[in-house]
Design a protein around this ligand. Structure first.
Ligand SMILES: [Zn+2]
Ligand SMILES: [Zn+2]
Length: 320
């Protein structure tokens, strides 16, 4: 069995490669995701640790009671077992519920990421293979990171500061994207940074004439879409540099933006794009830094900080 890494919302896990992320919602503070294959179902859900801390046991009781009630309604025989365990150095509770179907739960608190985490595992049958999946998954799971968060899925991997939260994600046949945002809104200024990662499969077919010339692809095909994502009518990107990303030549462009009457908006957007023959995908990675302040105040973008972060994201990027 081959395992693959998934990095999502501050979790880094290993699951068999035939398992895929099928549903997801929320962000690193509160959210859920589901990983499935034909014979298995794994659900993660997490919430911030409440101010008045609840003992883990009460959460485990809640889960048990809910399932027991359901089972009784259907007149199914119900049993439960629980034991203490350790997950990623945190004290955890393992719970096994059986009502004809076996459901396994791991529940723990991660103070480092300030969340209460529950993992629910259901398998069609439970044998050697499934035992191994659980052992690999729960034995190697990371529920908090020391440095940047790792975002890793479908052969794409990059790192971003933990202050960036997931704003939207979509995995489609034609295109996939991950949008992260960090915001700081106050009386005097709105400050926001956005990381936008996007890729298009089957590039040599869909972008037959331009996939070998990423600059052309961006100018002629993708710029219009991305302008809409930036909520602008027109953005002028200028050539900035070239970079090597996993052996591919990437084009880097940059745009500066100003607009507004009563408040002036100042934006700086850096974008990199390239073709990856290994996956036959077009890749697009952007960082948008945006400041909006009343006109009397000086507006300023921390240009060096912006460029340093963009470089850090690109350096961590893996496209195949
Ligand atoms: Zn943790
Ligand atoms: Zn590549």
């Amino acid at each position: 069995m081959r395992f693959e890494e998934i990095g999502w919302n501050g979790f880094l896990i290993r699951v068999p490669e035939e398992m895929h992320l099928t549903r997801q919602g929320g962000d690193a503070n509160k959210g859920t995701f589901i990983i499935e294959s034909e014979n298995s179902f794994i659900e993660f859900y997490w919430n911030p640790i409440p101010k008045r801390q609840k003992p883990l046991l009460s959460i485990v009781d809640q889960i048990t009671e809910r399932i027991e009630k359901e089972a009784k309604k259907k007149r199914l025989k119900f049993t439960s077992e629980r034991s203490d365990t350790i997950i990623n150095d945190h004290k955890a509770i393992y719970l096994l519920l059986n009502y004809g179907v076996e459901e396994r739960y791991y529940v723990w608190q991660c103070p480092e990421s300030n969340r209460v985490i529950a993992v629910r595992l259901v398998f069609k049958t439970y044998g050697e293979k499934e035992r191994n999946i659980v052992k690999q998954l729960m034995g190697t799971i990371k529920c908090h990171m020391d440095g940047d968060n790792v975002w890793s899925l479908m052969k794409v991997r990059f790192e971003a500061p933990r202050s960036f939260l997931l704003r939207s994600a979509e995995f489609g046949v034609g295109r996939s994207h991950i949008e992260l945002a960090e915001s700081n809104i106050s009386m005097l200024e709105d400050f926001e940074r956005m990381i936008y990662v996007c890729y298009f499969p089957l590039a040599n077919v869909r972008f037959k004439d331009v996939y070998k010339d990423p600059e052309k692809w961006f100018d002629n095909v993708y710029l219009k879409d991305f302008t809409r994502i930036l909520r602008k009518r027109k953005v002028k990107f200028e050539f900035k540099d070239k970079a090597k990303i996993m052996g591919h030549e990437a084009i880097i462009k940059q745009a500066e933006m100003t607009s507004g009457l009563l408040t002036r908006t100042s934006g700086l957007c850096s974008a990199a794009f390239w073709y990856c023959p290994e996956t036959n995908r077009m890749y697009f990675v952007a960082l948008n830094t945006y400041v909006s302040k009343p006109v009397i105040l000086k507006r300023r973008i921390e240009r060096t900080e912006h460029e340093r972060l963009f470089g850090r994201i690109l350096e961590s990027f893996q496209c195949h």
